[in-house]
Design a binder for this molecule. Structure first.
Ligand SMILES: NC(=O)C1=CN([C@@H]2O[C@H](COP(=O)(O)OP(=O)(O)OC[C@H]3O[C@@H](n4cnc5c(N)ncnc54)[C@H](O)[C@@H]3O)[C@@H](O)[C@H]2O)C=CC1
Ligand SMILES: O=C([O-])CC(=O)C(=O)O
Length: 308
């Protein structure tokens, strides 16, 4: 199992590290345009192999896509992150060009690959890859919901004063400050609805804190987060590589599911060796449906800025 990660920055390096530590891939190639940067990150990571007990070979490459040839899974993290006060949507001008050229180069060397898009604005960048490549739709996946759901569980556990392992919950919708739809009515603590323990007001606070999870960290760090994004990507990569058939909310191209068409947005999917093996349609309340519709309108507005 060969995995390529484009972008050796904060998220790319974190994701490569988690994939290597989990020890399910034979090779991880990290590629960046900054001379020597990916080679340096790869060497540093390889020097953790004996300490962390993994056999995955980590290779760095400066813009040489021949090293990525035959990758089963490619992750795109190349592009600029936001700074405090910015929205993810503001990154489209620079990141669209990067994601388009990177996905083309990856597919040229790995025509059978599955692509996971991370660069922001992620739902629109995922749509861009669908529109500008010939890959079948099950092989283009956007990562956002897995991260947003992890943040939702963190906030739920905080409110419940419970260990995170007691908590389950999912976030669907667009990966944006306003577009996320945390499914509070479905969230549970050991299969008991969290609404049995938390007031509507507290649950609304959890929802709002979840939606601005990325912005909160960007304000604290001066740039956007990397540990949880890297861990979330590695979870998706492992689900595909190990054919786990796990359900994650991912940005998928919709054709009628959830009453939505011709956009990529976060919905629950089953991930296995073929990428998105199924889109799961769950029953939403009237309020959740309305929020999902509003979220889709936001994503479509950003998609409209693409020069296709
Ligand atoms: N979808 C999600 O949940 C998340 C998305 N992100 C997004 O991921 C992206 C990366 O974030 P960071 O790693 O923090 O940024 P970073 O600035 O640390 O790293 C980005 C790397 O991409 C490289 N790069 C730029 N153009 C390239 C090209 N054409 N080919 C190869 N490499 C290229 C840069 O040299 C840099 O090393 C940002 O757009 C950020 O908004 C970040 C966190 C979560
Ligand atoms: O907040 C950002 O810009 C990066 C990101 O998507 C996240 O951490 O959720």
């Amino acid at each position: 199992m060969k995995v390529t990660v484009v972008g050796a920055g904060a998220v790319g390096a974190s994701c490569a590290e988690y994939i290597a530590i989990k020890n399910f891939a034979s090779e991880v190639v990290i590629l960046d345009i900054k001379e020597g940067y990916a080679e340096g990150k790869a060497m540093d990571l390889m020097q953790t192999a004996s300490l962390n007990g993994f056999d995955t070979k980590v290779v760095g490459s400066t813009s040489d896509y021949s090293k990525t040839a035959g990758s089963d899974i490619c992750v795109i993290t190349s592009g600029i992150p936001r700074k405090p006060g910015m929205t993810r949507e503001e990154l489209i001008g620079i990141n669209a060009g990067i994601v388009k050229s990177v996905s083309g180069s990856l597919i040229e060397h790995s025509p059978n690959t599955i692509i996971i898009v991370v660069s922001n604005p992620m739902d629109t960048m995922t749509y861009l890859v669908h529109k500008t490549t010939d890959l079948p739709k099950n092989r283009i996946i956007g990562m956002g919901g897995a991260l947003d759901s992890a943040r939702f569980k963190y906030r739920l556990a905080e409110a419940l004063e419970a260990p995170i392992s007691d908590v389950d919950g999912m976030v669907i919708g667009g990966h944006s400050d306003k577009g996320m739809v945390p499914l509070t009515a479905h969230a549970t603590r050991n299969s008991v609805k969290v609404s049995e323990f938390l007031s509507e007001e507290r649950l609304n606070q959890v929802k709002e804190d979840t939606k601005v999870g990325g912005a909160t960290l960007t304000k604290l760090l001066g740039t956007s987060a990397w540990y949880a994004p890297g861990a979330a990507v590695s979870g998706l990569v492992q689900a595909i590589a190990c054919d786990q058939k796990k359900m994650y909310p991912c940005s998928a191209l919709l054709a009628g599911e959830y009453g939505l068409n011709d956009l990529c947005i976060g919905v629950p999917v089953i991930l296995g060796r073929n990428g998105i093996e199924n889109i799961v349609e769950i029953e939403l309340s009237a309020a959740e449906k309305a929020h999902m519709q509003e979220s889709a309108e936001g994503v479509k507005k950003t998609n409209g800025l693409l020069e296709l």
